[in-house]
Design a protein around this ligand. Sequence first.
Ligand code: HEM
Length: 227
Amino acid sequence: MSWVTKTLSSTLGKKLLMALTGLFLILFLVVHLIGNLQLLLPDNGESFNLYAESMATNPLIKVVSIGNFAFIILHVIYSILLTRHNKKSRPIGYAETAASTNSAWSSRNMGILGTLILIFLLVHLKGFYYEIKFGEVPMVDYAGIMYKNVFAIVAAAYSNVFYVVFYVISMGFLGFHLSHGFASAFQTLGLNHVKYSPLIQKVGIGFSILIPALFALIPIVMYIQSV
Ligand code: HEM
């Protein structure tokens, strides 16, 4: 067994992989959010459509996109492996638990929160990614060049109140997942220190509120604009 397979099959290796893939996905969320906020510019989707076109045609972004999907799959698989390992190590729970006083609700429910986010992601990818890549997308003319009107697809989706509610609730789950995941990833990587840990905790909480809130704002504003 090579050292790579040995490391990845150890508990620490699995935790490291969860932390590294999680941090990459956090980075993806920031980039994805900045791109998506252009949906709110008052230009009828032009900036967003030009941005979507540049992303779809950039070879580097294509590589990052494959890496992104691979990291999502690895993050899910390793979370299942770790949960199974933890259950096997302690088939009978602690005789006395004071879980609610010893740990935050989100840290005890990362698996459930992760599953709900995965459901959101599948619906999201079907509605946007799949439709934009393989569905019939209306075209729009900017200075004589035809572009996919990705904005129209997103605007149509967010004119449906059920879709908007689904997004907003899912962003709540994402916030709770991040509130534990952010600091936990740093801890696994050994980047905890008496001096810096409180700061990492605070940045993690701020991040887990701000990023999902801004993601949720997009469907809310677009729904209001549609009525
Ligand atoms: C208001 C919120 C969001 C909007 C408007 C939005 C919009 C989009 C659109 C339009 C695409 C297709 C891009 C293309 O193929 O041209 C996409 C892809 C994607 N979105 Fe979102 N998104 C949102 C939130 C999220 C969240 C919260 C996550 C993760 C939890 C996420 C994960 C993804 C992933 C993984 C892809 C595929 C990206 C790739 O090609 O690598 N999105 N999103």
